[in-house]
Write a protein that binds this ligand. Structure first.
Ligand code: ADE
Length: 265
């Protein structure tokens, strides 16, 4: 008789294979900043969930509605309860990804947001990337195998047909909890071969992977990390304009997904 673990795995694989064949029904879109999220809330005509699916007291916000037969959920981690700024970074991203999977059982997760880009790797302001790989650049554990655990490099869910249909650049994404870049981060980002750098992607990927939920990463470049301008200044200057490009790409991707199964993406 096969050990219990094996039969459980087989049952899970069968369920995943079945799910991949039926049309995508529920999408969770994780967006860290309110400025990035609200234009999409308007575009998809979503409403804020007043009777929250999330635990009482957390700042996490769900906007939801039906768009082209898709149950769309935009999840914004909300404002920090003390400081009143957007809850950016990997901790909030992990928590909302976990809670959203538990509450909504999505067929697909899209992590959309802005990113820093490396001009040496071909990125320009306003470019929108679909990440082919994700990894962390600020989890340094110089002990064999723990080093790889820290970096947590993964290929993302492949979507060749989205790439045929929607104009997106492709590049590797590196994630860390800082907007700026220390020399240590820089060395790790180069080792990760990254073209874009954000503060959430690899954390969302880690949690999505735990539950075998396919996840894709759409990132628009607000600042050039290897350029002359100070990052924070350039980011704030370009945030609104680049968000328009991001939201256009996310809409095109969602339009493409409508009526298709996971295996057709
Ligand atoms: N989001 C936008 N620009 C970024 C940068 N330079 N680093 C991390 N996240 C970002």
């Amino acid at each position: 008789m096969a050990p219990l673990g094996d039969s459980t795995n087989i049952a899970e694989e069968v369920m995943v294979a079945e799910a991949e064949k039926r049309p995508v029904s529920t999408i969770v879109i994780i967006i860290a900043m309110q400025t990035e999220a609200l234009p999409l809330v308007t575009k998809f005509q979503l409403s804020e969930d007043l009777d929250s699916v999330f635990p009482k007291g957390v700042p996490w916000v769900r906007y939801h509605g039906l768009y082209k037969d898709l149950h769309i959920n935009i999840i914004w981690p909300g404002k920090d309860g003390v400081l009143g700024v957007d809850s950016v970074g990997t901790i909030s991203a992990s928590l909302v990804t976990y809670a959203s999977i538990q509450a909504l059982q999505p067929d697909l997760i899209i992590n959309a947001g802005t990113a820093g880009g490396f001009k040496a790797k071909g990125a320009s302001i306003g470019d929108v990337f679909l990440a082919c790989d994700v990894a962390f650049h600020d989890r340094r554990i110089p002990i064999p195998v723990f080093d790889q655990y820290g970096i947590c490099a993964k290929q993302t869910f492949p979507t060749p047909n989205i790439l045929k249909e929607v104009q997106l650049k492709v590049g590797k994404l590196s994630t860390g909890d800082s907007l700026d870049m220390s020399p240590h981060d820089e060395a790790a980002i180069i080792a990760n071969d990254a073209t874009v750098k954000d503060m959430e992607g690899a954390a969302v990927a880690y949690v999505a992977d735990l539950f075998s939920v396919p996840a894709i990463f759409i990132k628009a470049v607000t600042d050039i990390v290897d350029g002359e301008k100070p990052t924070a200044e350039e980011f704030l200057q370009n945030l609104v304009a680049v968000t328009a490009a991001l939201d256009q790409s996310v809409t095109q991707v969602v339009d493409f997904i409508s009526g298709k199964s996971i295996s057709e993406l």
